[in-house]
Design a protein around this ligand. Sequence first.
Ligand code: MN
Length: 724
Amino acid sequence: MSRIFEITERVASYAPKADLDLINRAYVFAANAHAGQTRQSNDPYIVHPLAVAGILASLNMDEATIVTGLLHDTVEDTHVSLSDIEQHFGSDVAQLVDGVTKIGKIHFHSSEHKQAENFRKMLMATAKDVRVLIVKLADRLHNMRTLGFMSERKREAISTETIQIYAPLAHRLGIHWVRQEMEDLAFANLEKEAYKELLLQLQDRLEGLNQIRERLEVIIQEALQRQGLNAQVQGRMKHLYSIYDKMQRKHVDFDEIFDLVAFRVIVDDITTCYQTLGIIHSLYRPVPGRFKDYIALPKPNGYQSLHTAVIGPENFRIEVQIRTETMHSYAEDGVAAHWIYKEGESSPGERDNFKWLKQLTELLQETESPGEFLENVRLDLFVQEVYVFSPDGDIFALPRGARPLDFAYAVHTDIGHHCIGVRINGEMSDFSTRLHNGDQIEVMTSPDQMPSRQWLQYVKTPRARQSIRQWFRRQEKETSVRIGKQVLRDSLGKAGVSNQVLQRLNYDNMESLQEHLGRGDIPIQKLLDAADVDRSKPLNIRGITRTLMRAADCCHPIPGDPVLGIFSAGKGMIIHHRKCTNVAERKGENWLEVNWQAQPGELFKTGIEVRSHNERGMLARVSNSIADANASIDDLKLHQKGGSMTEMLFLIEVEDRKHLADVLRTIRGVPGVTRVQRRNQVGFTGQAASRGFAETLRDFFVGRQQGQKKSAQKKPDQGKTRKN
Ligand code: MN
């Protein structure tokens, strides 16, 4: 089928109601789009889509699929756009062409078996519609047939990809002749010598095998005719690659392969299948253990047949498969065999895309173990994973919804820990981006990078989550041990810890004591008692990383403040202002002197109190002045003080005491402000955006809009007039 009228004739033969005009129009459209382009063979390009459509017609595909075969390279290789296709041929065809274009862009690099399996799954997930895969298989088959015009290197690459990806895919979909032809073509290109030798050996045997087939056919047909039944006997030579593969796998010679030919007996119905089996077994002695009833128990991919092996004429062992016509077409064409138009059915354009799939699914559900096949045939509907590439072409399967950090941790824990950014398909992306099938992901790392707790929001895989948590646990332990060492040095001095002290405190090793001491599990007094030392001065802890140090929410200390630290289980060390009410209330506890330093750029919350005259727009002016001093507002509260005065409490973020002083000075310059001061205990819990906050914020923005930049200098009611 290399001409358009041959294709339309063929389609008309199995689908009398098909829209042949649509197919003809697609042909003209594709021929115009590809006009002037040629294949490697110097043939006009249109030869290729035409051949693909021909293969699809031989698989009895519906007209949308045939049209897709004709158009499949237009979007990728010509000026035609997907919306052109949709406009001319409808959304069904457009979606199919889009699918074929998308999977055409995915290429397979690694030869690892597991990678190949993942890659096939990725193709299926990307294809979404089985018909896309079938078009892709037809495309690949024709490219394999015309491989001779390619360079040696390309031939090998394409053949390898075909044998590892597309042939197994055809097998999975049950389209066996496509699989076999692909494998033989790839075999001929990859193992030239072995291929030629095998071909010669097979030709020697062919004549004898043909005679056996003829004799068998006569004998079986006569036996069945006596019962008034019909049968057709075919002898199908095992394809070359599968013989070669078997010789390799089982380390046997050509002469030791018995099932070179499978004889197929095709009969009218299931009852006749069993009758035929009985006749064959009565004529020839069956080989024990070789009978298989795939009619009662179909294979996972839906295949049905009776299989047996007998010692045939001239003591030659032969394999026989018995099946009905329907089973046979399924065995040959797989899922494509189900794509059959039925008389009286509505026109294909109106049909549900997935009707065929549903029918197939239902059919398979009736069988015993639809398992693997069913799982794959539903394609992306049931694929719970996304498949993404590393820059080297390795494929990683991640759960749906996975994000860049999941990928980084899947590559290696250290890559995850030190990840500072990612490029997805060459573009910088942030950690919240969801990964899609076929994405290529490049992870950028820096030895200085460390995980942050925020990362936990952006990971989906348990592996990434656990790695991040583990990292924090390890950090905490290291920090605790370091603090513990300092506590010991500072409180016990040179004397250190004797084994006796360890025993008294119930620890069997030093590190464990240090860790628990550092976590605050052991009151310092208990340690001093155990070591018979009197405590003379407060402990002094220095050089702790910020990981485990946090400013308390009650008193909001900032760097430079006089502070004390205290351990809080699970939270690390909490830094309080020396004047915090908590310090006074919890006197008996282990408050530690600490040297608290900020990382550059780190911001700290602190409370300030502003009193002003009760004027409209006052809040906006104060808020603006805080922003002018480069601080941000995290939360705020308003208190009316007896009519004429307002008290505003802000929780702001600053770098340090100097920055805070700047902010306070700027606010003092706002007309109407009577008093500004820091107030540590403002009573904010750190949970911003309460309802009250949202309302006051609205006030803030309204004021800001009205007042513009110099709002602080404007009269309070000026804003109101502008608003009207
Ligand atoms: Mn193509």
